[in-house]
Ligand binder design. Structure first.
Ligand SMILES: [Zn+2]
Length: 95
């Protein structure tokens, strides 16, 4: 009886290694101060060790550091928008 899996056929292994080398790298800062550089989880910026599968800390009031909403993503974006509007209107008055 012949086996169908040829252990000397390394094509599949080489393909896997090629994909691994082409993968995005983890950008987490390590204790040496450099980037981790492990392959990142697909579609994420971090590897399996540095929270690649984690959705991150809870947003808004569910987060333990939430105080009054001054620094929520929406509030920051709103202030940024107001600042850009003020800058745009200010340019108009100079003429
Ligand atoms: Zn990492």
């Amino acid at each position: 009886m012949k086996t169908t899996d040829n252990p000397m056929n390394q094509a599949r292994l080489e393909a896997q290694l090629t994909h691994l080398r082409a993968a995005d790298r983890c950008g987490a800062k390590t204790r040496t101060g450099r980037e981790c550089q492990c392959p990142a989880i697909r579609g994420r910026a971090r590897c399996r060790i540095h929270g690649g599968r984690s959705p991150g800390a809870p947003k808004g009031i569910k987060n333990g550091n939430y105080v009054d909403g001054t620094f929520t993503a929406e509030a920051i974006e709103e202030r940024r928008w107001i600042k850009s509007m003020v800058a745009t209107l200010g340019k108009g008055e100079q003429r």
